[in-house]
Design a protein around this ligand. Structure first.
Ligand code: F6P
Length: 359
């Protein structure tokens, strides 16, 4: 048996722990393991396919990033090709990828990725490839699993920042708006904001009214709390307004979401007269050592992916449905992205403890 592993999409703390667990579980069964470098690029002749041994995964479980590298470009079904005039067109290279996998003698593939990579995996399975998926994203926006690895680490990074912002905001009687990642899901903002006792949390699932945000800030001011912390998800948007995006999106790459915190801070300053500052936490949330929770989840997912191959769970992904790791059909997981339920107890508790969602 010869299996391959690839990591695609944005990186997330815990990827190396999945790789390590999968490689060791496979080798201990007497299987051979190959690593496809940089998403699917290694299977398209754009990068390498390398052997993975016990030696290659020694001492990597605690490391952020991915030893296989990754990319959020290069969907084989919509592969970007640069024309002579600098513009791009797209071609379908999926058959070439499948043929290359066959030439490498790959019997099955573990594809570790977010919704984009899992959808590619699903489409490759439709064409006959044997793939087990492993959901990965700091955004926690994949359905069918209670959580994805990387999310807990990102929340802890945001939490540490909120703790630090509290002291400086209080010293200067300022309002500080911190923007966290999550694309169209507000989980990182909600969880870090509640755990970090933010005063306002803005998420895409609950469009905000800036006047309501300012009411909360001024109510605190009147109560002698002259500072406020606003945690906003990068995908948050005002009622009747639009999501904020940055820069041009390249072919084969999703639109970059974010940049909202600056305008929120400016508006709060204009309306309340208070001094404001803003901060985009950015890719710090994707880096660093995975937390114990993420390391354990990632390791469980890596082991389960190899068992999934043994069980021939093609076109399934491993998923946490506590207390068990189970296998969920990719079509089911991809049907709808996971979003914050505004009636969830986490939101209710936030509201009941005085946090405003600006609605
Ligand atoms: O999906 C993970 C994520 O970190 C999002 O939260 C964020 O919007 C996006 O990736 C950033 O992508 P990039 O690394 O391409 O800037």
């Amino acid at each position: 048996m010869r299996i391959a592993i690839s990591t695609g999409g944005g990186d997330a703390p815990g990827l190396n722990a999945v790789i390590r667990a999968a490689v060791l579980s496979a080798i201990n069964r007497g299987w051979e393991v190959l690593g496809v470098r940089r998403g699917f690029a290694g299977l398209l002749g754009e990068d390498e396919v390398v052997p993975l041994t016990k030696e290659s995964v020694r001492g990597i479980a605690h490391m952020g990033g991915t030893i296989l590298r990754t990319t959020n470009r290069g969907n084989p079904f919509h592969y970007p090709v640069k024309r002579a005039d600098g513009t791009y067109s797209e071609i379908d290279r999926s058959d070439e990828l499948i043929e290359n996998a066959r030439r490498f003698g790959i019997d099955a593939l573990i594809s570790i990725g977010g919704d984009g990579s899992l959808e590619i995996a699903q489409r490759l399975c439709d064409k006959g490839m044997r793939i087990v998926g492993v959901p990965k994203t700091i955004d926690n926006d994949v359905s069918g699993t209670i959580t994805t690895f990387g999310f807990d680490t990102a929340v802890n990074t945001a939490l540490e920042a909120i703790d630090k912002l509290h002291t400086t905001a209080e010293s200067h009687s300022r309002v500080i708006v911190m923007e966290v990642m999550g694309r169209h899901a507000g989980f990182i903002a909600l969880h870090s904001g509640l755990a970090g006792t933010a005063d306002v949390i803005l998420i895409p699932e609950i469009p905000y009214d800036i006047e309501k945000v300012c009411e909360k800030v001024m109510a605190r001011d009147r109560a002698g709390r002259h500072f406020s912390i606003v945690v906003c998800a990068e995908g948050a948007f005002p009622k009747g307004g639009e999501i904020s995006t940055m820069g041009l999106s390249l072919p084969g790459q999703a639109h970059r979401v974010g940049g909202i915190c600056d305008s929120i801070a400016r508006q709060i300053g204009d309306i309340t007269g208070k001094e404001t500052r803003s901060l985009v936490l950015g890719h710090l949330q994707r880096g660093g050592q995975p937390t114990g929770y993420d390391r354990l989840l990632a390791t469980r997912f890596g082991g389960a992916a190899v068992r999934g191959i043994e069980l021939e769970k093609w076109a399934h992904m491993v998923a946490l449905q506590s207390p068990h790791v189970v296998y969920v059909p990719l079509v089911e997981a991809l049907r709808e992205p996971k979003r914050v339920d505004p009636d969830h107890d986490v939101v209710r508790t936030a509201r009941e403890t005085g946090i405003s969602f600006g609605d």
